[in-house]
Write a protein that binds this ligand. Structure first.
Ligand SMILES: *Cc1c(COP(=O)(O)O)cnc(C)c1O
Length: 486
């Protein structure tokens, strides 16, 4: 994210555009609202020209977020951009679509729905908002319980792996909950369930497991976590729950790993989030949070508004937002159905396998992603003494490929990896092309290293390499201001 800063010399920085000069004769100030209007075609041209320098979303292998939808759905999106989602009384059909989506997803995650059990859920801007809401519900439930027992309730904590996505750190800091992270180690890049359960104490509001680690796509073992936590709860008398962050895996596992028990089939799983805009196959701007039972969402967090029409319960962080992503999610769910999603996820898995094989056969890399999990290929260099993965991804950029490289979190910071995420629109042909380009880059890197005297005999120690990787990474991050991992 770019946190924009105001510029002091704002008046002097001007945009000039050759095309635009056809329509307008004065250059536009960059950082101040211009005095005069300009014609609409000039505005379009200026903005469109400047946007040409953005990367091509389809070649962006850094992100899990959808970059292609069918033209029919694009049309539905276009037709609904002027609908504010929060005006539920005015747009009851859109509200009904959200309810259908929540129901479909709750069923997909095997929510127990019976006489006195009803799952509840809500559409959000993404998994980050969903996770804030889930975290708040856990925090409030825990506080209520501690208060009722006459115990202190001012030091809540949450147990996660050190591999969590940044939104968990945000939740912890914004809502004042201590984050207790299970450290990783070389060769094991997800939360170890046994260590997580060891960290649980009476102040733990929940343990958060990830279905599809951002770093290597691996699914954490939620079943084992559930079993270990059931035992600990029985022993201590606590009832520490589990949240599953299925941002990327929630629309993968039900279709291609139906036997895997990670969802509401496990009794301690009380809430699950998923990003509609990742493998839910909708453009950026939609996520979902589902609670196992309405008792898992404390009533006092729900607001009731009536100034837009009938009584409307709401539990979201923001008020207004667009409707089009909800409509697009409904489109995907009914258009693709179970079999459609399954086909797409299988294709992604197959394409990831082609890419993985190509990468492995080159001989330069250690894979850090697994065969199952989110369809991505993450790998580190076997030998970082001559060049690093950061240099490799920089060279790949020349061919148009946008690939992120990053170091692992504690205690595996000395491992630097690059990651290629496979989405629906990443075809087999593109995978083959990428392998060819990566090979070219590696040959060049070797030739360059040789020319500059990096021979085998100048072998560096592991510690030196680690230091170099970290230094490189720091300057890389400082330059970019943000990492490409999302
Ligand atoms: C992407 C991701 C998030 C954040 O989700 P957004 O929908 O981008 O807000 C959280 N957790 C995991 C595991 C993710 O992959």
């Amino acid at each position: 994210m770019a946190l924009s800063r105001a510029q002091t010399n704002s008046g002097e920085s001007l945009i000039s555009s050759t095309f635009a000069s056809r329509y307008v004769r004065t250059a536009l100030p960059r950082f101040r609202i211009p005095e005069q209007s300009i014609p609409k075609d000039a505005a379009y041209q200026i903005i469109n020209d400047e946007l040409m320098l953005d990367g091509n979303p389809r070649l962006n292998l850094a992100s899990f977020v959808t970059t292609w939808m069918e033209p029919e759905c694009d049309k539905l999106i276009q037709n609904s951009v002027n609908k504010n989602y929060v005006d539920m009384d005015e747009y009851p059909v859109t509200t009904e679509f959200q309810n259908r989506c929540v129901n479909m997803i709750a069923h997909l995650f095997n929510a127990p729905i019976g006489e006195d059990e009803t799952a509840v859920g809500v559409g959000t801007v993404g998994s980050s908002e969903a996770i804030m809401l889930a975290g708040l519900a856990f925090k409030r439930k825990w506080q209520n319980k501690m208060k009722a027992e006459g115990k202190p309730h001012d030091k809540p904590n949450i147990v996660t792996g050190a591999n969590v996505q940044v939104c968990w750190e945000k939740f912890a800091r914004y809502f004042e909950v201590e984050l207790k992270e299970v450290k990783l180690r070389e060769g094991y890049y997800v939360m170890d369930p046994a260590k997580a359960v060891e960290l649980v104490d009476e102040n733990t509001i929940c343990v958060a497991a990830i279905l599809g680690s951002t770093l290597n796509g691996e699914f954490e073992d939620v079943k084992m976590l559930n079993d270990l936590l059931v035992a600990k709860n029985a022993e201590t008398g606590w009832d520490t729950p589990i949240h599953v962050d299925a941002a990327s895996g929630g629309f993968i596992a039900p279709f291609i790993y139906p036997e895997l028990e990670w969802d509401f089939r496990l009794p301690l799983v009380k809430s699950i989030n998923v990003s509609g805009h990742k493998y839910g196959l909708v453009y950026a701007g939609v996520g979902w949070i589902i609670w196992r039972n309405k008792e898992d969402l404390p009533d006092e967090l729900i607001f009731h508004i009536n100034y837009l029409g009938a009584d409307q319960p709401t539990f979201t962080l923001n008020f207004s937002k667009g409707s089009s992503q909800i409509i697009a999610q409904y489109y995907q769910l009914i258009r693709l159905g179970f079999e459609g999603y399954k086909d797409i996820m299988q294709n992604c898995r197959d394409n990831a396998a082609v890419l993985r094989e190509g990468v492995e056969n080159m001989g330069y890399f250690h894979l850090v992603s697994k065969d199952s999990g989110v369809p991505l290929v993450a790998f580190s260099l076997k030998d970082s003494s001559k060049y690093t993965v950061f240099e490799v991804v920089e060279s790949l950029r020349r061919f148009g490929w946008i690939v992120p490289a990053y170091t692992m979190p504690a205690d595996a910071e000395h491992i630097a990896v690059m990651r290629m995420v496979i989405r629906e629109d990443f075809s087999r042909g593109l995978a083959e092309r990428l392998i060819t380009d990566l090979k070219k880059v590696m040959v060049e890197m070797d030739a360059h290293a040789k020319k500059h005297g990096h021979h085998e005999h100048v072998k560096k120690t592991a510690h030196q390499i680690e230091k170099e990787v970290t230094t490189y990474w720091r300057t890389f991050v400082a330059r970019k201001k943000h990492s490409l991992v999302c």
